[in-house]
Design a protein around this ligand. Structure first.
Ligand code: NOJ
Length: 746
């Protein structure tokens, strides 16, 4: 977890570098400036602040036919998404300011999810690092580059918890766990927004998709969600709330309905919970045409009705759909919405623009020189490499086939072996692929100087069933000491609108692996994919498996350095890998049921909560990941066996590096509340720490548990901790560890 000084500086300097400039207009403080401005605004001008259109560059949703240039000329636009580069955003800003009577600047938004040009691992991969500093750094670099290219606002972090790997958008989130997801969400907000939004190298963040989008039925994108308020509040909402507490500037509604009410029309979610209970002061943008979609949802009868329901529910800005522009004024005249509602939404949007410094200088993000200097900066590429290395998860390593040795003859095969397109993953913002991303082949060639030791062959495609390249690959593989197969999904098989019913390796990749297996050589499978895959056969037949996710611009270097032992894998799964898709949804913090199945040694095999054709356990549990070294856990100690409502308990454990490599280990703390007024999960992650241990080194890791960590929504929907017995487990994954107990007393 060593960050070099340059990287640490990057994290620290988000406010000093580009804060208030002498060229800035001297304007009044926000609490005077905004009311005075609003007092001058007509109702049309106020409504225009609630309107966002897409520039025609990137298509990130259905086309609407609205001409954004014409709308800007009419002074009808508050924000534009998908316009990037200093030059283009300057042109649009100039056009806007020419046509805006009160010179209100446009806000430029863009999906900067895991990097702007320098692309980091997909978000799910970053979560596998369990390294909050690394994730914050990734968001910081993304903000630096995006801000330098005219972008004010990113539609990230995506904090949707999901327990369903069929859903393609798991690639954009931090996985299945509420605790890990909340920590990651906060790290990202900090990275994007820095310490000072006014600094021109920070961007406004947007927590999305509010809410429960990741629980879409059957993992099908945009599908219905039906869940209890308890599960919503306990499992799905905490990462959102954590970002509000961390000061996130904006929120995005989700496409789905929850228990009959589309999120974009949900007063409960937006006004009651977000703006009410949580006191969120930023603004809420819808997802792409989500107000329009209230009609096919069967929630609004026409576009006017949709606009009315959305504004009343608490939406402040209409993304792309044009519904607010078309209807709000008339709705106001008819008394269906109030001026106070429009004013409130307008104020929130203007305040965000103020906080970014756009009233001080609408061009503070438009500096060509800075754009050239900042994008693909050396430190950014170093940071991307660092995070990619930390995100690698070693799933299997029989007979220590990894790390490879440079004197071995290695046949690299597979469709992703020389790939510069897929390796940066989906939602890769403006990231360049060909000519910029480092392929595995390029990475290996940097590490292995004796070119006679390595061969590279595609063998098969990802999906296309053509077999004409297979023989050449097999011929080279036959001559090698070790085979490394680099396989996985196309980048666009995960992300938005990319749900799958089979989560096997696509195409004939497995068939090719079976041919390779016949050669009787050790085989290492390196995977690039945006979701957990079903890998039963691979697990049985491959000697080693390295989960590399889509590792980003520097991915090939990260993989090569990991394969050859210059990096020791330390990632842990942020999502359960099922044995087959029939086990989905599958997650570690499930309930026990009244008939829990104890596994193959259970004396009662019938009438238990189990499948008859496959074990209940996953193939690889949440939190799992091997290393080239080994760790041993011992000496679990609780500072006390009881704790009262105002107290705390210290849990300590000794972790020793018992193998041959210096390496990092993610020490995980899980708690089970044995009995509750409502049933509780079998365990829940409540703490983790990534520790670096030199070979032979032992460290004591300490956690503090307070009653706050034990709270849940009780039978009366009060968020409280109930006295009783608790089980503590500390270990290197969610399925094993040292255990002890304590009692919470009144
Ligand atoms: C739709 C996606 O759901 C959302 O995540 C994204 O931010 C918007 N499109 C804008 O591109």
């Amino acid at each position: 977890m060593k960050h070099n000084t340059a990287l640490l500086l990057l994290l620290a300097c988000s406010f000093s570098l580009y804060a208030q400039k002498s060229s800035d207009k001297k304007i009044k403080p926000r609490n005077e400036f905004i009311p005075e401005l609003m007092a001058k605004m007509t109702i049309d001008e106020k409504i225009s602040q609630l309107v966002q259109y897409t520039a025609d560059g990137t298509v990130t949703g259905p086309k609407t036919g609205i001409n954004y240039i014409e709308e800007i000329k009419k002074g009808n636009v508050g924000s534009i998404l998908n316009a990037t580069s200093v030059k283009y955003t300057r042109e649009l800003q100039e056009l806007n300011l020419k046509n805006s009577r009160l010179k209100i600047p446009l806000l430029f938004g863009y999906d900067v999810i895991h990097g702007y040009k320098t692309i980091f691992p997909i978000t799910l991969g970053e979560a596998a690092s369990w390294d909050l500093k690394a994730v914050e750094l990734s968001a910081r670099v993304a903000a630096e580059e995006a801000a330098a290219a005219g972008v004010h606002w990113t539609f990230a972090p995506m904090v949707d918890i999901s327990r369903d790997p069929r859903w393609g958008r798991v690639s954009e989130g931090s996985g299945e766990d509420t605790y890990l997801g909340s920590k990651m969400a906060v790290a990202r907000v900090r990275g994007f927004q820095g310490n000072d939004l006014m600094a021109a190298n920070t961007v406004l963040a947007c927590t999305k998709h509010f809410a429960a989008y990741g629980a879409a039925e059957a993992g099908r994108d945009y599908n219905t969600v039906d869940m209890s308020e308890r599960v919503l509040r306990e499992t799905y909402l905490p990462p959102f709330k954590a970002t509000v507490d961390a000061g996130v500037g904006t929120f995005m509604t989700s496409f789905n309905e929850i228990s009959g009410v589309p999120a974009t029309g949900s007063k409960f979610l937006l006004r009651d919970v977000l703006k009410g209970e949580w006191g969120f002061n930023g603004f809420v943008v819808t997802d792409y045409t989500a107000i329009n979609e209230l009609i096919p949802h069967g929630f609004a009868k026409d576009s006017a009705n949709a606009g009315e329901l959305a504004l009343r529910a608490g939406v402040d800005m209409d993304m792309v759909g044009g519904i607010f522009m078309k209807n709000l004024k008339k709705l106001l005249q008819e008394g269906k919405v109030t001026e106070a509602q429009i004013n409130d939404a307008c104020r929130r949007v203007l305040e965000a623009k103020y906080d970014l410094g756009l009233f001080h200088d609408p061009y503070r993000y438009n500096n060509e020189k800075r754009e050239k200097e900042v994008i693909y900066k050396k430190e950014h590429l170093e940071a991307a490499l660092d995070v990619a290395k930390k995100s690698m998860v070693l799933l299997k390593n029989d007979n220590n086939v990894l790390p490879l040795r440079k004197e071995q003859k290695v046949a690299f095969v597979g469709p992703l072996v020389n790939d510069e397109w897929n390796i940066i993953g989906s939602w890769a913002a403006s990231g360049d692929r060909y000519g910029y991303a480092v392929s595995v082949q390029e990475g290996v060639n940097k590490v292995v100087t004796d070119k006679g030791k390595v061969t590279f062959d595609k063998g098969v495609e990802i999906v296309d069933p053509r077999r004409d390249m297979m023989q050449a690959a097999l011929d080279n593989a036959r001559k090698a000491d070790v085979i490394v197969a680099v396989m996985g999904e196309f980048e666009n098989m995960s992300g938005e609108a990319a749900s799958r019913t089979s989560i096997d390796l696509p195409g004939i990749q497995k068939e090719f692996l079976a041919e390779l297996k016949k050669l009787n050589k050790p085989i290492v499978l390196v995977l690039m994919n945006g979701r957990p895959l079903t890998l039963n056969w691979e697990n049985e037949n491959m000697d080693a498996i390295l989960e590399a996710w889509f590792p980003g611009t520097m991915g090939g270097d990260a993989i090569a350095q990991t394969l050859y032992g210059m990096n020791v894998p330390s990632g842990k799964l942020p999502m359960t890998f099922p044995r087959n898709v029939g086990q989905v949804p599958i997650y570690y913090n499930h309930k026990n049921t009244g008939r829990p199945y104890l596994g193959p040694t259970d004396p009662e095999q019938k009438y238990k909560s189990r499948y008859i054709d496959v074990d209940n356990s996953p193939l690889f549990p949440f939190g799992y990941g091997l290393s080239y070294t080994t760790f041993s856990y011992s000496n679990l100690k609780l500072s006390s066996k009881t704790v009262n409502m105002n107290g705390s308990i210290k849990v300590s454990v000794d972790v020793a590096n018992t193998g041959n490599y210096d390496a990092a280990e993610v020490v995980q703390l899980y708690i089970q509340d044995n009995v509750g007024s409502v049933t509780r999960p079998v365990k829940e992650l409540k703490g983790f720490e990534k520790v670096m241990l030199k070979k032979g080194e032992k460290k004591t890791v300490e956690f503090t548990i307070t009653p706050e960590d034990l709270k849940f929504y009780n039978i009366d929907m009060q968020f409280t901790a109930e006295p009783g017995d608790f089980e503590v487990t500390v270990g290197g994954n969610s399925a094993s560890g040292l255990q002890d107990k304590f009692v919470l007393v009144k």
